[in-house]
Write a protein that binds this ligand. Sequence first.
Ligand SMILES: NC(=O)c1ccc[n+]([C@@H]2O[C@H](COP(=O)([O-])OP(=O)(O)OC[C@H]3O[C@@H](n4cnc5c(N)ncnc54)[C@H](OP(=O)(O)O)[C@@H]3O)[C@@H](O)[C@H]2O)c1
Length: 276
Amino acid sequence: MSESNLDFSASKLFNLEGMTALVTGGTSGLGLIMAKAYLQNGVKVLITSRRQKKCDMALRELSEYGECQAFAADVTKADGRSKLLARVEDYLGVLNILLNNAGANWGASLEDYPDEGFAKVMDTNLNAVFSLTRDAVPLLSKAASAADPARVINIGSMDGLHVPVVQRVPTFAYSASKAALHHLTRALAVELGPRHITVNAVAPGFFESRMTDYIFEHYFEDIEADCPLGRIGQAEEMAGIAVYLASRAGNYTNGAVIPVDGGTNVSKGVKPWTQS
Ligand SMILES: NC(=O)c1ccc[n+]([C@@H]2O[C@H](COP(=O)([O-])OP(=O)(O)OC[C@H]3O[C@@H](n4cnc5c(N)ncnc54)[C@H](OP(=O)(O)O)[C@@H]3O)[C@@H](O)[C@H]2O)c1
């Protein structure tokens, strides 16, 4: 073991200086938080989402933290993905980190759940991640080495680990898409590991975002009660896992699905025993 590998200071272990990242869905919510975390740690970042206006707004916010560009593209469309990867090549050259974060949800009762809603969620949360990752392999490979692998980080969900406990908003496609994304992560980790590209997933619990507006408004108390830590997640807790997985400290983590949910997915909504 070389001397440099025995420097366990946080500044060495978690140093991301000089890396490049593509963050899909980087214009709001968790994507915006993780893009900010990368920029604050010296990563050059390209963010994307469908709407130009949201791209412009997010870019204004992110630019003060480091080198960043925003490019409007729909990751569910082949044309959107190929234009996006052309921009990645132009702006970033090589790709150290592909953060597949863009996601969609659809809530409806079983009887009313439309095929197009199911398809839209699967297209965004699963199919687009597969296609974009496959097509990004050449750019990831250019940045990859045995000592410092390139990274694919997929944002799954605790709802892909359990059947959602806040059951009043049925989201059949969402939990199915995230469970499939977790397994796709494992399959890609086995395929791409030998090419020095790690593939991991994060399975967040509840965090504040546009996606959770409705459910927080109606079921916030249930959400807190279902979490053993009794609260929702904080921005720094998503920033932390995104930095860890991209860093030298995360070099040997591959094929993992890491819950960041305060233990909600293992609690099954169990309430503490109170003696009467
Ligand atoms: N917030 C939570 O509690 C939570 C919990 C577990 C998992 N997650 C996951 O975290 C990820 C981010 O969600 P969020 O909560 O931050 O929600 P959000 O604020 O709604 O962010 C979703 C992002 O994805 C983009 N997007 C959606 N469809 C897209 C497409 N076809 N092409 C490109 N971009 C697209 C959206 O921008 P446009 O609409 O402009 O395209 C937006 O930037 C999702 O994968 C979600 O499933 C969130």
